[in-house]
Design a protein around this ligand. Structure first.
Ligand SMILES: [Zn+2]
Ligand SMILES: [Zn+2]
Length: 374
């Protein structure tokens, strides 16, 4: 397939962004695109709107999975172009349109040239941005048919030179989760707050204490206060409920889980002291994206062979990717593809995936597949 067709596809997807869990038209577009490629098997409605295309080799061998994301963001696309978003308030501002075009390009290569051994699975995953999609795929009963021996994904990286491959041993991106602590007491007349139970002091205390909890971990972890709410704007009423929302992140999956538990224990302790009841709600949970050390030499070989500029990052990224959940279940590798030093950052309203990266992404994935499967 000429790269031209992949660029046209990328632009088409860019103009019709669909956000997490709504990616029906996008999935249909991808399904149509694969019609000429004759995959050996096609799975649809995986974990909702997800799709998987399976290309089989003649000999038995490893099953490799290459994953991209179907979803866009609920952010207005402000970059004027011939492919600007036609959907108000929604835009492909994380470059998942480009990632899809890359996996489509890999599909075209596999259609012409099946792997020698094993299988290659091309996975189009829904709802990456909300951290729901990888979990939905892994929990789908049909996932058993594509459970991989190795999984791969890339993310484009603004701020890094165009085409540069960004590798990282161990943790590539942090795990994170949103946590809302809901406190319930009792409202009272503002003239008699002593007759109610007001959560204000407990919330003030939690705001002070919770961000200090990560201090005694070996690797990076962070608690960020996101939102707080106490009662309502009624001057005659002493508040009887409140909530505090935070984002918890860590480079180590065990640290992340320990930290969540510590926060819950501390919140329960403070709530009890103040005679408040306390509930917890986790949301937008992302596992740590951990790269398998066995795969690093493969990445070195592939980038060397392609003559691509490569750097190894010393610190993981603090943001999260829900590919992390795959990396917790099989040997995996997530790497970065530089999108240019002057490219707007991801999720900025003028971001637009650089089309020149499509070919590079296809070549790297194709190189990985041929290193492992021949
Ligand atoms: Zn994103
Ligand atoms: Zn993304």
């Amino acid at each position: 397939m000429p790269t031209h067709d992949l660029i046209q596809l990328r632009k088409k997807l860019h103009a019709m962004p669909e956000i997490a869990l709504e990616e029906k038209r996008t999935a249909k577009e991808i399904l149509n695109f694969f019609q000429d490629f004759n995959p050996d098997e096609t799975l649809t409605q995986l974990g909702g709107t997800g799709l998987a295309f399976i290309f089989k080799g003649e000999k038995p061998g490893k099953r490799l999975l290459f994953r991209c994301e179907l979803d866009a963001l609920p952010i207005e696309d402000l970059k004027e172009s011939d492919h600007q978003s036609q959907i108000p308030g929604k835009g492909h501002l994380c470059g998942h349109d480009g990632h899809m075009a890359i996996i489509c390009g890999l599909g075209e290569k596999l259609a012409a040239n099946r792997p020698e051994s094993g299988e290659v699975v091309l996975l189009f995953q829904p709802a990456e941005e909300t951290g729901q999609g990888a979990n939905a795929i892994l929990s789908d009963p049909n996932f058993a048919q594509i459970r991989p021996d190795f999984a791969f994904a890339l993310h484009n990286l603004p701020g890094y030179p165009l085409h540069q491959i960004v590798l990282k041993k161990g943790t590539f991106a942090a795990g994170s989760t949103g946590l809302t602590i809901k406190l319930t007491g009792k409202t009272a007349h503002a003239a008699h707050p002593d007759e109610g139970i007001n959560p204000a002091a407990a919330i003030a205390h939690l705001i002070q204490v919770l961000p200090t909890l990560p201090a005694n971990f070996n690797s990076f972890s962070l608690v960020t206060i996101i939102h707080a709410e106490i009662g309502s704007l009624a001057f005659g009423t002493s508040a009887g409920n409140g909530s505090l929302s935070l984002t918890i992140r860590a480079f180590d999956q065990d640290d992340l889980e320990v930290l969540i538990n510590r926060i819950k224990t501390e919140a329960k302790r403070i709530a009890e002291l103040e005679k408040l009841s306390c509930e917890f709600f986790l949301s937008e949970s992302f596992a740590v994206s951990k790269n398998d050390p066995q795969i690093y030499p493969i990445m070195e070989n592939v980038t060397d062979r392609l003559g691509l500029d490569r750097i190894e990052k010393s610190e993981p990224f603090r943001w999260s990717e829900d590919f992390g959940l795959f990396s917790q279940t099989c040997p995996s590798y997530l790497f970065g593809l530089g999108a240019g030093e002057s490219c707007p950052q991801l999720h900025e309203p003028t971001y637009d995936f650089p089309d020149v990266l499509i070919e590079t992404g296809v070549k790297v994935f194709e190189g990985i597949a041929s290193e492992i499967s021949g």
